[in-house]
Design a protein around this ligand. Structure first.
Ligand SMILES: [Zn+2]
Length: 503
């Protein structure tokens, strides 16, 4: 490489100035690609001699851009051009991304989108290409949006090894990576901020659901994808193996300042645009604060899955006043469906059974549907919680069983897409959990023997990118960029809905 025209101290001074300028909302960023008009650049990861981080965040609020949490650090190597040029942002594209290069040259994150470029890691090389925001001509009537909570790329590979064959999701041809970071970076996202990004197209801080707090004031992100679908007359549903007012289904359906305000969240879900709520959560959804709401009367509450299944799929129905169009709160466990330590696991409905019932109930509407389906406890069994030297939570085999439960539901959804045009299936994750690494393991027995040691001790959520599989209407458009930010999916889906309904 050529010698830099700047000394390190000069560059640091520039960075400090940049940070100050960014505080007064004048958007300036170090140009990471040379501006000679090249549409792509190959960036060698050789000769990285210091840990380096590059982070830039822009969040949108009521059509205004807010610039904050800007951290710039200099990359050795060729990541920043030799002149260290400074570029004014033009506001186009997705200006958000992170990459961490460790002293040994390894790249912690797989890919970034920054300053109009999308970069993907391939071994030790990062390839950046001019980034085009997603657009589609697809006409999307139905969306099945599946979230494997905490399901990183290595979780899926571990599933393949454990099953000694590909998962259903791996048979989907169109895939890309998704950036998961929240505004709390470098702290990894939680499920609430991630669900908010997926469901509203906007970043927020951890714990927030569909809203953001700026200078002491809360601002709502409106609409979320469920409200958007509902505005076209589509039916909507949330399905989870967790309690239905847990972070992910909550982030798709309502707004709240704190993800742990469970009763408040359940009340807002009852008052939301959701027609179908299936999962755990009997205790919260039978709380008098929830059941006393006028809107609660619009739903039929069901705690026996067999009854709901029979009413949905057969002509035998024991639920009073039930029709296939009835709004349903189906709660099939006191809390989560898969808390094996405090619930009889054998009696829970599988996620694929819940999915079958949900699709049958939602498809009755000629305006289509949106449903979010979450395999929640992939995350739970990847999280660590050591007490008195004993691991209370993390369990690789339970995680893999939950992953299989989720993947079986993917098969149901995939089959639905095969038989129903204008349907898009998305299978992705909100974040990775546990920094799972396979350490070269290739056989099932090795995997079982290694067990929890494949997770990083003491580590919960990470900033790793996750995979996204897309199947059906618009799938190739959604995945064509290789890497997207989690905020881009919302815009893509609303385009697809618009195309279908405005035709
Ligand atoms: Zn999560």
């Amino acid at each position: 490489m050529k010698k830099s025209g700047f000394t390190l101290i000069e560059l640091l001074a520039v960075i400090v100035i940049l940070s100050i300028i960014s505080l007064i909302a004048v958007p300036i960023i170090l140009n990471i690609i040379d501006n000679t008009g090249k549409s792509s650049a190959e960036i060698s990861m050789d000769n990285i001699d210091e840990a380096a981080k590059l982070y830039y965040s822009k969040r949108q609020l009521n059509n205004n851009y807010i610039y904050d949490q800007t951290i710039f650090r200099y990359f050795e190597g060729e990541f920043i051009n030799d002149d260290g040029e400074i570029l004014e942002l033009d506001g186009s594209g997705i200006e958000q991304g992170i990459i961490t290069v460790n002293p040994n040259g390894t790249v912690e994150y797989d890919a970034i989108i920054i300053n109009g470029y999308s970069c993907d890691k391939n071994n030790n090389e990062v390839i950046c290409e001019k980034y085009q925001p997603l657009s589609t001509e697809a006409k999307i009537k139905n969306v099945i949006f599946m979230v494997g909570d905490g399901m990183g790329e290595n979780h899926i590979l571990a599933g393949e090894i454990y099953n000694e064959g590909k998962l259903n999701m791996q048979t989907i041809e169109n895939s890309s990576h998704v950036i998961t970071i929240s505004l709390d970076y470098p702290t990894p996202t939680d499920s609430a901020a991630a669900a908010t990004a997926l469901a509203t197209g906007k970043k927020t801080n951890n714990s927030r659901l569909g809203r953001i707090k700026i200078d002491g004031t809360y601002y709502n992100f409106e609409p979320n994808i469920i409200e958007y679908a509902n505005s076209y007359g589509a039916k909507t549903g949330i399905v989870s193996t967790q309690k239905m007012n847990h972070a992910t289904p909550a982030g798709f359906s309502i707004r709240a300042a704190f993800r742990t305000d469970y009763i408040k969240i359940a009340k807002r879900q009852v008052q939301s645009k959701v027609d179908l709520i299936l999962g755990g959560g009997q205790t919260d959804f039978q709380d008098s604060e929830v059941t006393s709401l006028t809107e609660y009367q619009n739903f039929i509450y069901v705690d026996d899955f067999t009854k709901l299944k029979n009413c949905t799929l057969t002509s035998t129905c024991e639920i009073t006043n039930h029709t296939i169009d009835s709004k349903i709160i189906g709660a099939f466990a006191p809390v989560s469906l898969s808390y094996r330590d405090d619930y009889d696991y054998s009696t829970r409905p599988s996620l694929s059974e819940l999915t079958t019932v949900a699709l049958k109930r939602l498809e009755t509407n000629s305006n289509g549907f949106f449903v979010m389906i979450e395999g929640s406890d992939i995350d739970r069994y990847s999280e660590t919680n050591v007490s008195n030297g004993v691991e209370k939570k993390r369990n690789l085999i339970y995680m893999l069983e939950e992953l299989n439960d989720f993947d079986a539901a993917v098969a149901v959804a995939k089959n639905y897409v095969d038989n129903n045009p204008n349907t898009l299936l998305i299978v992705t994750a909100d974040h990775e959990t546990g920094n799972l690494n396979l350490n070269g393991i290739t056989s099932k027995q090795e995997l079982i023997n290694a067990g929890n040691s494949l997770f990083e001790a003491g580590r919960n959520h990470t900033n790793k990118n996750v995979l996204l599989y897309a199947y059906g209407e618009g799938a190739s458009d959604l995945t064509k960029n290789g890497t997207i930010d989690n905020t881009e999916i919302f815009d893509f889906l609303t385009q697809g809905f618009d195309n279908y309904h405005k035709d």
